[in-house]
Ligand binder design. Structure first.
Ligand SMILES: [Zn+2]
Length: 370
């Protein structure tokens, strides 16, 4: 549930409830570590007591995959309640420290926000109960040192941990969201966010200090992770509030110069020098329809000596992202950062009304803050 750009460095592994499930590159680093730890930990926290090395690793792998499936279920819990409240979920990404469900719009309604935040830890604690009950059923039959009871015990404990860790009252954890939602019922949303961010940072700070005292590297690392998450949430909310009420039409560049698909790249470079704009819509001269968008980074891919013989058509991006003039400026900012593009075309009734670029947005945010 963050505004971070996760789409780079992620691969999609499937779809649940229409939501793409993705693996972030950092997850691929942490997974083998988990397998190793589970395979070599003594019972009941691992399988080192299991007779063959192969079985140790098979169960270590099983426990790791099951753990991350539980993390996905936790995120699906958030997603399910979000969708029920008409909040769209773009994707669920598994990364270094668990999962992130990217919401299209974080609801500023404290009731809905707290319901969504509760759902994840709720699922984790429910899973913990299920694993605990299965353990109690299976352990007397197979013996508590057998691999299957160990697996059930381990998953039970880890889900309790997942549930409770996420309820810590610190951003970016679910508990931070609950804290904000609670405070937002008695103060403005922005002040509630500021306070919740402050609490999160203090929490992170205490964690790092404590981690240094007992020389626990993981605690220090998690402390840093919470600190960064809290700051990011604070910044994202400040920006959202700064842009509150601002429409795309208020900040877009209206005088749009479009270029023809048959124009050469060297002509385009001349135009860029003259106009000082870095991106142009590509419009078919006869049919007057938008064929794509061409930017300075597209030009850079073509060596200087080939620019006279290459036309814009060959280098443009035909997948044009567009937005309406009545849309919120914050929506434009989110689209730009989530899709990793520099600008959006502003379209009205099928015609180009303007262009809104990352630079336009950053400039507006700076001006509005003055
Ligand atoms: Zn959660």
């Amino acid at each position: 549930m963050k505004h971070m750009n996760l789409s780079k460095w992620s691969i999609q592994i499937g779809k649940v409830m229409g939501i793409p499930i993705k693996l972030h590159i950092t997850f691929l680093i942490i997974l083998p570590i988990f397998v190793l730890v589970f395979a070599n930990n003594p019972a009941p926290f691992g399988f080192s007591g299991v007779e063959s090395t192969t079985l140790q690793y098979v169960f270590g792998g099983l426990a790791s995959v099951a753990l991350f499936s539980c993390v996905i279920l936790h995120e699906l819990g958030h997603s399910y309640v979000a969708i029920k409240n008409r909040v769209r979920i773009r994707s669920i990404t598994l990364m270094l420290f668990g999962g992130v469900a990217s919401m299209e719009e974080i609801p500023r309604n404290p009731k809905i926000e707290s319901k969504i935040a509760m759902a994840g830890p709720g699922v984790s604690l429910m899973l913990a109960v299920i694993f605990a009950l299965s353990y109690l059923l299976v352990a007397p039959v197979l013996g508590s040192d057998a691999p299957i009871p160990i697996l059930l015990f381990l998953l039970g404990v880890l889900n309790v941990f997942l549930g409770i860790f996420n309820l810590l009252p610190a951003f970016p954890m679910d508990g931070g969201r609950l804290l904000r939602a609670y405070m937002a019922t008695r103060m403005s949303y922005i002040n509630a966010t500021r306070n919740a961010v402050y609490v999160g940072k203090m929490f992170a700070f205490a964690m790092v200090i404590f981690g240094l005292m007992i020389l626990h590297p993981l605690l220090i690392l998690i402390g840093f992770f919470i600190y960064i998450g809290a700051s990011e949430e604070g910044k994202a909310t400040e920006i959202a509030m700064t842009l509150d009420g601002i429409k795309v039409s208020d900040i877009m560049t209206r005088s749009v110069i479009s270029v023809s698909p048959t124009m050469t790249v060297s002509k385009l470079v001349d135009l860029m020098f003259k106009e000082k704009h870095m991106g142009y819509p590509v419009v078919d001269e006869v049919r007057k329809n938008v064929k794509g968008i061409v930017t300075f980074s597209d030009v850079q891919k073509i060596p200087r000596e080939r620019r006279d013989i290459t036309s814009i058509e060959d280098i443009m991006t035909s997948d044009v992202l567009s937005i309406a003039p009545d849309d919120d400026a914050f929506t434009a900012l989110k689209m730009i950062s989530q899709r990793g593009v520099g600008r959006l075309l502003v379209m009205e009734n099928g015609a180009i009304a303007g262009i809104v670029s990352k630079t336009d947005l950053i400039r507006s945010i700076q001006l509005l803050r003055e």
